[in-house]
Design a protein around this ligand. Structure first.
Ligand code: 1BN
Ligand code: ZN
Length: 350
């Protein structure tokens, strides 16, 4: 399909709610019932002067990232019992398709958890043109400031597939990766990160119709990338790690051919190093998911997804078929990979 048609399914209106302004998007007035904090001015375009805290790092110490002690860079622990609790809470809200009251409850839950963790978050609200007409959707953008303004995004969709024929609660497809993302945020909040870490909770990944047919999918990621492009903020995104469907008790994650090879290598090498080779298989697959708009925009991206899940898009994608152990495996691998991604990115600049 054409780029124009792809873009045309997204909308017209976007605005931000929360602690800070969004990285892009038009500034239409919010609906009356929403409390809105005035957007800050758009962030400086890339190449603009870095904030003072960034300018003060490496040059003054004379120490490169590669020379810093592992202790300074060591990630905190991922606690899968907390993540499991987040997963169960989401499933408890019931089916959570875009535009539903249950998704609103989920959004409020995510925002409350981020607040408790001391992580600033804002909503990026937009209107999406769907096969059911215009629908209001909202991405959640949470930020853990690093030494540098440039950012690594870790993302998950938090909506579940709209199912007219059965009750779909998306324990793996939606809840698992969202739970892991919350717990990764808690862990990374306790670390001195070299790059700013952005936790991106995406709305509207799932098709509104039953079939996944462009442009009826990935509404949130397409809006996010278009808004970042518009705000000249795209080049400060140095990498995207997308998590999706990582709850399967029998977790098996293949290398995705649409992802960026060097980033896939770093994640899979980290998995091998910490003993998760059994989960991170070297088999290849090709996935269409929320990383595709980022890949098309030139952002190095990796999709960590287990599509080898018999319960995918069935009523059986429930608590019986997911496990905390799978969340732990992926959480550990992502935390092990982050310092390596930082080193690679820092090396690209040095
Ligand atoms: C992942 C989870 N996706 C939808 N729910 C994206 C996808 C759609 C992946 C079709 C493969 C095929
Ligand atoms: Zn799905």
């Amino acid at each position: 399909m054409s780029v124009q048609r792809w873009a045309a399914s997204l909308a017209v209106v976007g605005f931000c709610v929360g602690a800070a302004g969004c990285a892009g998007g038009s500034q239409s007035p919010p609906p009356a019932q929403t409390t809105v904090t005035q957007d800050r001015p758009a962030p400086p375009s890339d190449g603009a002067t870095a904030p003072t805290h960034e300018a003060a790092i490496a040059p003054t110490s004379g120490v490169t990232l590669a020379q810093k002690s592992d202790a300074a860079l060591a990630p905190m622990k991922f606690d899968s019992s907390r993540a499991w609790d987040d997963l169960r809470k989401q499933v408890g809200f019931g089916p959570r398709p875009s535009g539903s009251a249950a998704l609103n409850d989920t959004r409020n839950y995510i925002l409350a958890q981020l607040k408790t963790a001391g992580i600033d978050a804002k909503q990026q609200i937009f209107m999406a043109m769907t096969p059911l007409g215009e629908m209001m959707m909202s991405n959640i953008i949470a930020t853990i400031p690093g030494r540098r303004r440039e950012r690594i995004i870790i993302a998950s969709h938090y909506d579940t597939k709209r199912s007219p024929n059965f009750r779909f609660v998306g324990a793996s497809d939606g809840a698992s990766s969202t739970a892991a993302l919350l717990e990764l945020g808690r862990a990374l909040k306790g670390r001195q990160n070299e790059f700013t870490i952005e936790l991106l909770f995406l709305d509207g990944e799932e098709a509104v119709n039953w079939d996944w047919r462009d442009p009826d999918n990935t509404y949130g990621s397409r809006y996010y990338v278009a808004a970042a492009q518009k705000a000249n903020a795209l080049s400060s995104i140095k990498a995207l790690i997308l998590l999706d469907m990582i709850g399967d008790r029998d977790l098996a994650i293949r290398r995705d051919a649409n992802s960026t090879p060097w980033l896939v290598d770093i994640v899979w090498d980290a998995a091998a190093r910490i003993g998760q080779r059994g989960v991170f298989s070297n088999q290849l697959t090709t996935i269409e998911d929320d990383h595709i708009p980022f890949v098309r925009a030139g952002v190095p991206s990796v999709d960590i997804i287990d599509l080898d899940y018999p319960q995918w898009h069935t009523a059986q994608d429930d608590l019986e078929h997911v496990s905390a152990r799978s969340l732990q495996a992926v959480g550990d691998v992502v935390l092990a990979a982050i310092p390596d991604i930082e080193k690679k990115l820092a090396g690209n600049r040095e």
